[in-house]
Structures are given as C-alpha cells and as structure tokens.
Design a protein around this ligand. Structure first.
Ligand code: NAD
Ligand code: MG
Length: 394
C-alpha cells in the first residue's frame, strides 16, 4: 500500500487522480488533499475519502473547512497556508506526492516533496520552469523520483530507453519531439486574435483542463513551458527539442534515436493515462480510459508551428537559452497576464507583449538559490501588474 498526497486535489488533474485512485483502493491510500479557497469541493472530497489531512491555502478557508468537518468527519486534520502544504508534501506516511497546484503557488510544496525524497508525480510544470536547476538538484540530492504527468513528458519518459537517467547522447537519443495541438486558435485569422474571449480561449479542442493551462495552450506558452520542462527533465538543449503541431493529440510525443528509429507514445487524450502510468511505474494499472481506436482516429496530421501566430513559444525558447532567472520572469509575467486576460482586463494578444517586455526590461541573474528565484518572480509580477494597470488606465 502506497500513501499519497494530492496537492491541488480539487483541480482538473487532482480530480483525474482521484478517479484513478478510486479504481485501485487496494494499492493506494489517500493521506492528504489540498485546495486553494474552494471549501465546498474539498469538503465533498473529505467526506468521500476520509484523508488524514486536508489543507486550504489560507487560514480563513481552513477555519471554515474545520468547522464544516467537525461534526461529519472530525478525524480529518485541517491545516492552512503554505506551511500546511509543505507539511503534507513531506509526511513520512506519504510515499507519493501528486504536484497538481497550478502556477508558482505550487513551488514550495513541490520542492518540499523533492527535499523529502518522495516519488513526485509532476503536473505543476511551472515549479520546474521557475527553479529548474535547484529543483533537479533537490531531486537527486534526496533520491526523490521524478515522474512526469504532463502528457508529452510522460510520453517521452515512456519512449526513453530503460535505465535512462539523464543525458540524451549517452542513450543514443538524437532529438525529442513534443507534439502540440495548436489549441483553439490554430486556424483563427491572425487579425481576429485580439478579439477572442476567455471563454473561447478555454474551449480546448481535445483536452478538458483548468483555465490557466487552457489559455497557455491557446497562446502556446504551454508548449514553451514544456520545452523548458523537457530541457530539465531529460537534460536536453533547446536545439535537441522540436515542437510539431499535431491537431489530433493522439501522439503525445516522440523520441528519435541515432539509428533513425523514432518511438512514439499514443493514446486517447485523457490525463488519467499519464497519471496511472506514473502511479504504477514500472508496472501498469488500468486508468479507466478507453482503448485507442485507430480506425476511428483514421489520420494523424503534422504541421510546422507558425511563430507569428504563437510568439509565446519563441519567447520561452529564448528565455531557456538565456537561462538563470529568465524562465522565472517568463513564468511570472505570463501568470499575471493570463490572469488579467481571464478577468477581461487585457486582450489575448497582449499576453505575449507583457511577457516580452518583462523579459526585455528585467535583469536576469543566476538562479542557484531560492531567494534569487522568489525575488525574480516577485519583481516580474510587480512589473507586469504595473504594466497592466497603466494600460487599463489609458
Ligand atoms: P486547475 O486550475 O484545474 O486546478 C488547480 C489546483 O490548484 C486546484 O486544486 C486549486 O484549488 C489549487 N490552487 C490554485 N491556486 C492555488 C494557490 N494559490 N494555493 C494553493 N492551491 C492552489 O488546474 P489543472 O488544470 O489541474 O492544472 C494543474 C497543474 O497541472 C498546472 O501546473 C498545469 O500546467 C498542469 N497540467 C495540467 C494538465 C491538465 O490536463 N489539466 C495537463 C498537463 C499539466
Ligand atoms: Mg502537456
């Protein structure tokens, strides 16, 4: 029996994780769940699952949950704030930690899981983008296991040779190919892009996801973050990573070898596949996902990415090449811009502009300690917030 903590249990990945766990209650025990401020949803999860701990992002929500649980499930211990998140990411009884908080808010708890030597099921790509070297060093120093949940990286992991540690050329790998659906605006007229609404941006053609990652998929910043993520996970340089548009989202990514072989992982676009893979690895368990019907799929298309349409992808690749805190700045400016777009305060096309300006105007420094990373994150947030306030005031 493996104990598991789910950071972000009320989100899209969190709920898919609970769905997979519900099929394997003989193998996994839910120890802790966490949510931001939505008490209602985590309350339902507590009553269904009876975890030992439930954590809310702030003390006020924790108080509300605590009093709601006091009659119905007094055995669930309720914690609040960042310390609570860190505590449940490091519990001795949790062997596995699903890191599924969205954005920089997940950094410290995901890092704590690495420092506690857990098996980390990494969905929160932003933490790796922000703190790549620090995070990878914490994983290896504490003998943590890092299993990617992002469907592309999970596919790459599955296609890498057995025993792959880090380093492409030692494994005969020449290139990794990340597939991208192109999101909802792959064919929208370029001059229409500034008019698209948050609802349109969140209507992904193949995947049902949280709102932030849905917008990231529409700008393809998501793929940019994933290029950086792949760089850290597989020790790959930017020129060893290719991005290819593949509108059907059936091939989740590919690994190209020196002898010309190309291995791909295919499956229906449902996050329960990588979640089940990472939970059971190196074994296999059922995920609840229907088998892929190749005849119904019929065709697999591939296209080059148009960087004029998707400038965020280029910004991310450039930040990766710059290194240091450039990717932290990229991530923070993007989070602020996406949130402003979702609130209807800026246009879709301004997201890339805000990130570009933040990268141009803010100084990049080495990212070898947490203080430097948090400082870069904060200054990029302040910069982008001010940019938006000035823009909205005009
Ligand atoms: P979501 O918005 O559906 O859920 C986010 C979760 O984080 C919720 O449980 C929420 O309560 C919690 N949360 C939000 N802000 C918080 C804060 N300030 N403090 C503490 N908790 C907070 O997001 P999602 O789609 O499940 O994505 C989660 C992560 O997984 C993201 O990093 C995303 O990039 C990654 N991911 C998601 C998918 C997908 O299909 N949804 C695929 C690949 C990677
Ligand atoms: Mg992905």
């Amino acid at each position: 029996m493996k104990g598991i903590t789910i950071l972000g249990s009320t989100g899209s990945i969190g709920q898919s994780t609970l769905d997979v766990l519900s099929r394997h209650q003989d193998k996994y025990q839910l120890i802790a769940i966490t949510a931001n401020t939505c008490v209602e949803q985590i309350l339902r999860q507590c009553l269904q699952w009876h975890p030992r701990y439930a954590v809310m992002a702030d003390e006020k929500s924790a108080d509300i949950l605590r009093s709601a649980l006091s009659n119905q499930a007094p055995d669930v211990e309720v914690l609040g704030g960042q310390q609570g998140l860190i505590q449940v990411a490091s519990l001795p009884e949790s062997d596995y930690v699903m890191a599924a908080i969205v954005g920089a808010a997940g950094l410290l708890s995901t890092l704590a899981a690495a420092q506690a030597g857990k098996r980390i099921l990494l969905a929160n790509k932003e933490s790796l983008v922000m703190s790549g070297k620090l995070f990878m060093d914490a994983v290896s120093a504490n003998h943590a296991q890092l299993l990617p949940i992002d469907s592309e990286h999970n596919a790459l992991f599955q296609c890498m040779p057995a025993g792959f540690v880090r380093g492409l050329s030692q494994s005969g790998v020449t290139r990794i190919v990340l597939t991208a659906s192109g999101g909802p605006f792959r064919t929208t007229a370029l001059e229409q892009l500034h008019t698209v609404t948050p609802e349109q941006a969140c209507l992904h053609p193949n995947w049902a996801m949280g709102r932030k990652i849905s917008v990231d998929s529409a700008t393809m910043m998501n793929k940019g973050l994933e290029v950086i993520e792949a760089g850290w996970l597989f020790n790959a340089a930017p020129d060893q990573i290719q991005v290819v548009l593949h509108p059907q989202s059936v091939i989740h990514s590919l690994v190209e070898y020196a002898d010309g072989s190309v291995l791909a992982q295919l499956g229906n676009p449902d996050m329960r596949v990588p979640i089940a893979h990472a939970l059971a690895w190196p074994e296999r368990i059922a995920s609840g996902v229907k088998p892929l019907d190749l005849i119904a799929t019929a065709r697999l298309d591939f296209e080059q990415v148009d960087l004029k349409r998707f400038p965020c992808l280029q910004l991310a690749t450039e930040a990766m090449k710059t290194g240091g805190t450039a990717t932290t700045i990229l991530n923070a400016a993007n989070e602020v811009a996406v949130s402003a777009f979702l609130d209807g305060r800026i246009q879709f096309t301004e997201i890339a502009r805000i990130v570009e300006n933040a990268l141009a105007d803010l100084k990049t420094v080495a990212a070898n300690n947490l203080e430097a990373i948090l400082e870069a994150d904060l200054s990029a947030r302040m910069y982008s917030t001010q940019y938006i306030e000035e823009r909205v005031a005009c």
